[in-house]
Design a protein around this ligand. Sequence first.
Ligand SMILES: *[C@@H]1O[C@H](CO)[C@@H](O)[C@H](O)[C@H]1NC(C)=O
Ligand SMILES: *[C@@H]1O[C@H](CO)[C@@H](O)[C@H](O)[C@H]1NC(C)=O
Ligand SMILES: *[C@@H]1O[C@H](CO)[C@@H](O)[C@H](O)[C@H]1NC(C)=O
Ligand SMILES: *[C@@H]1O[C@H](CO)[C@@H](O)[C@H](O)[C@H]1NC(C)=O
Ligand SMILES: *[C@@H]1O[C@H](CO)[C@@H](O)[C@H](O)[C@H]1NC(C)=O
Ligand SMILES: *[C@@H]1O[C@H](CO)[C@@H](O)[C@H](O)[C@H]1NC(C)=O
Ligand SMILES: *[C@@H]1O[C@H](CO)[C@@H](O)[C@H](O)[C@H]1NC(C)=O
Ligand SMILES: *[C@@H]1O[C@H](CO)[C@@H](O)[C@H](O)[C@H]1NC(C)=O
Ligand SMILES: *[C@@H]1O[C@H](CO)[C@@H](O)[C@H](O)[C@H]1NC(C)=O
Ligand SMILES: *[C@@H]1O[C@H](CO)[C@@H](O)[C@H](O)[C@H]1NC(C)=O
Ligand SMILES: *[C@@H]1O[C@H](CO)[C@@H](O)[C@H](O)[C@H]1NC(C)=O
Ligand SMILES: *[C@@H]1O[C@H](CO)[C@@H](O)[C@H](O)[C@H]1NC(C)=O
Length: 772
Amino acid sequence: MMRFYVLFTVALYSFASAAPSIQGIQSLIARRLPRHASNFSFSIENATDASTNNTTSAPLDVFVVSNGQNGTIHIAGNSGIALTTGLRWYLTTYCHVDIYWFLEPTLDLASPPLPKVNSTYYGSSIVPWRYHFNTVTFSYTSAFWNWDDWQVQLDWMALRGINLPLAWNGYEQILVEVFLEAGFTQAEISSFLSGPAFQAWNRFANIQGSWNGVLPSSWLQGQFELNKQIVTRMVELGMTPVLPCFTGFVPQAIARLAPNASFVNGSAWEDFPTQYTNVTFLEPNDPLFTKFQKSFISKQQAAYGNVTHIYTLDQYNENNPFSGDLGYLRNVTTNTYASLKAADPNAVWMLQGWLFFSSQTFWTDARVEAYLSGVSNDSMIVLDLFSETQPQWQRTNNYYGKPWIWCELHDYGGNMGLYGQVQNVTVNPIEALANKSSSMIGMGLTMEGEEGNEIMYDLLLDQAWSAKAIDTDHYFHDWVSSRYGPTKVPQAVYQAWDIMRQTVYNNTNLTLAQGVTKSILELAPNTTGLLNRTGHHPTTITYNPATLVDAWTIFYKAANSTSSLWTNGAYTFDLTDITRQVLANAFYPLYTTFVTASNATSSSHNITLAQSTGQQMLALLTDLDVILAASNNSHFSLSAWYNSAQAWASVNTTDSTYSIGANETTSQIASYYEYNALNQITLWGPTGQINDYASKQWAGLVGGYYRDRWQLFINFTLNSTTSATGANPGLSSALLALGEQFDMSQVVAGKQNLVLKDVLADVTKRWPGVFA
Ligand SMILES: *[C@@H]1O[C@H](CO)[C@@H](O)[C@H](O)[C@H]1NC(C)=O
Ligand SMILES: *[C@@H]1O[C@H](CO)[C@@H](O)[C@H](O)[C@H]1NC(C)=O
Ligand SMILES: *[C@@H]1O[C@H](CO)[C@@H](O)[C@H](O)[C@H]1NC(C)=O
Ligand SMILES: *[C@@H]1O[C@H](CO)[C@@H](O)[C@H](O)[C@H]1NC(C)=O
Ligand SMILES: *[C@@H]1O[C@H](CO)[C@@H](O)[C@H](O)[C@H]1NC(C)=O
Ligand SMILES: *[C@@H]1O[C@H](CO)[C@@H](O)[C@H](O)[C@H]1NC(C)=O
Ligand SMILES: *[C@@H]1O[C@H](CO)[C@@H](O)[C@H](O)[C@H]1NC(C)=O
Ligand SMILES: *[C@@H]1O[C@H](CO)[C@@H](O)[C@H](O)[C@H]1NC(C)=O
Ligand SMILES: *[C@@H]1O[C@H](CO)[C@@H](O)[C@H](O)[C@H]1NC(C)=O
Ligand SMILES: *[C@@H]1O[C@H](CO)[C@@H](O)[C@H](O)[C@H]1NC(C)=O
Ligand SMILES: *[C@@H]1O[C@H](CO)[C@@H](O)[C@H](O)[C@H]1NC(C)=O
Ligand SMILES: *[C@@H]1O[C@H](CO)[C@@H](O)[C@H](O)[C@H]1NC(C)=O
């Protein structure tokens, strides 16, 4: 195992100050397993000397679980994260409890006395680093999270062995201080910052500014205070946070402030008007760049302590460089890294490698090599961002020697569809690591949104602790035991998951789909262009839909014999999710029938059929909405997103150095947040620039927005003003207007007191052809 990390030298200064300690796991136990606080004992053993910054000393994490003294379960490890990973191994293997996204943690349900282990178990990671987050996850998933949400997330991460997480919250507070110090005015800075639901793309400099309002200072401060808690907890748990730094992107007023500085206009992103894109980039060879970098990093160190040397820094994520000249590209990285080193002598630059895939025409092999060659191999880590589908490490010869991390992306925009590539996330990383010249140092998750399909994410994180490709048959079985545990799980539930493992979760044809599927019901209605989409937002169903109905039937009927499943949060969650997918799939044939029957030029033209099918489509959306509401789970609900955004409006500002929005009332701020939250999941841009990119099958959105759009489309189409090619300017603008007018507050109160069991009995009776 050792050979995996001694093959090459990597300057990863993991432990800046804190020596590994058992304090993190002890507090985790106090939070999540209070009943069992005295039933565990812990020790740190064989830890690497924390004061060393030896390049090869980023060790593999190892743990040992054994029967300890006084009847305790003893967990030994060489790091804090080794301990928490060992704890999860014990809790899932012996007690069948865990923490899952969107569910109440079941850890404390482990019934006393805790079982002794049959034999001492030795666990070891196969890579030193397990990474988590995509910069955009901070907008698609956690934009409005509070500290409670974060605490659960961080414990989830610690138990799954993650030791290298991004920590983006509060970035803007520090950036604003740097800009104020430099002499920008508040208004100049404010015109640069984007809204609370769009900060990720401002951080990437795809966009600047905020449509429909300005980012208030209370947001900046609230997020900054939150990040102090987040970073402190990460460090306590034994993680090395990856923190932001100055990227080079500045307010346009740099032209006023420093007219002689060297800066360029960045490229345009998507179809955004220039006002909101073409972000100004201060060239890294300008002395101001280093000045801003030093200011930023010293303020950040003062805020969080010297907790890391690893910085996330992306200048060309879906932005193309000013020049493709090889010398220019090399200079950009050389000078950018020099600024980091001036601020932190041990700095390591972490780069999201997405650009080399998404802008492949620009990023020829020669340009990638020139760009990467500006930084030494021990000072940069590249995230191979979409390894399961579009890996770039082969074509770049292991990023020309830079250490890199194998990442599973899986989901775009937090879209919701059952989907997985079980083979690619088990076999491929093992092969990548076995490669003789491999400079792979980690495995991790870079999903755009944490959206469900959790088994696919758990699988990759567990693969990081298994030297052989995981056997998914056993894996799914064990996963099911913990997911619905600690009580015994009926065979039918295992059976349903096994069907899904071989179908829904085993896409092997990447021509059909490369990530989580989207349903056509979430798209702006059209007579053409919705079906058979491929790529990142595929609408193609990659398995036989009838097989999913089989799995659904078996899963649903499991509760007939085991009625306690109706009070099992994981069961009702998954039942909702599978039902959601079955209904979404059933929308397709209705749509096809409608389009054919309503087409006056078709030989199958049948207006009566079109009318009745149109009604069925609307009825299906209504029923889907009710089921999502009856799940009683935030993951299926627009109101949860809405309420979390609203809650941030009550944060008070105490710092008056930056006072943008300080005069606004709580309700003005609340409506700005509401607009932001809604715009991201619907129009995504002031006038629908990337409409429906982040669509969701949420109660309230399906019944209150998508259904209205389909109603409009059906009416238009039946009045036969739509051409066969779908072109219909009247309909397009009416759909856009609907998006602009949709009032989230009208639908969030939604349906209440629904009982999933009753709702399902009712709905399945109404759709005998679907649930047969
Ligand atoms: C770092 O550690 C490795 C392995 O323990 C050792 O071979 C090497 O000499 C050390 N390098 C330095 C600079 O201390
Ligand atoms: C370790 O860090 C110190 C500064 O803290 C630096 O001077 C030294 O060169 C580093 N050693 C290695 C092997 O990189
Ligand atoms: C075991 O329990 C005894 C009595 O409570 C205590 O004195 C001793 O320190 C315990 N040993 C360990 C290893 O916790
Ligand atoms: C620490 O090293 C000793 C001696 O090699 C070994 O017995 C023990 O299991 C190791 N502990 C851990 C947590 O790996
Ligand atoms: C431990 O041993 C018992 C008795 O042989 C067995 O039933 C159980 O499955 C074993 N547990 C594990 C996790 O191996
Ligand atoms: C914005 O960027 C695009 C290239 O992406 C360029 O064609 C356009 O001229 C830029 N606009 C401005 C105002 O710089
Ligand atoms: C962090 O490191 C810097 C040097 O890089 C040093 O000036 C500062 O005092 C350190 N801060 C803390 C809190 O240790
Ligand atoms: C790269 O930077 C060097 C020195 O900083 C400068 O002399 C050279 O002209 C630059 N090359 C390009 C292509 O920008
Ligand atoms: C996935 O599909 C491939 C190709 O059809 C097949 O070889 C493989 O056994 C399947 N794996 C699972 C887990 O069903
Ligand atoms: C993913 O796995 C499939 C087989 O399941 C294989 O055909 C494909 O090449 C793999 N993709 C990548 C990027 O390795
Ligand atoms: C994958 O799907 C495409 C598009 O339907 C099809 O042309 C191709 O034959 C499929 N590949 C395999 C290996 O089945
Ligand atoms: C339907 O899609 C076509 C092709 O993308 C497009 O030209 C047309 O404007 C769309 N129609 C509506 C009503 O949006």
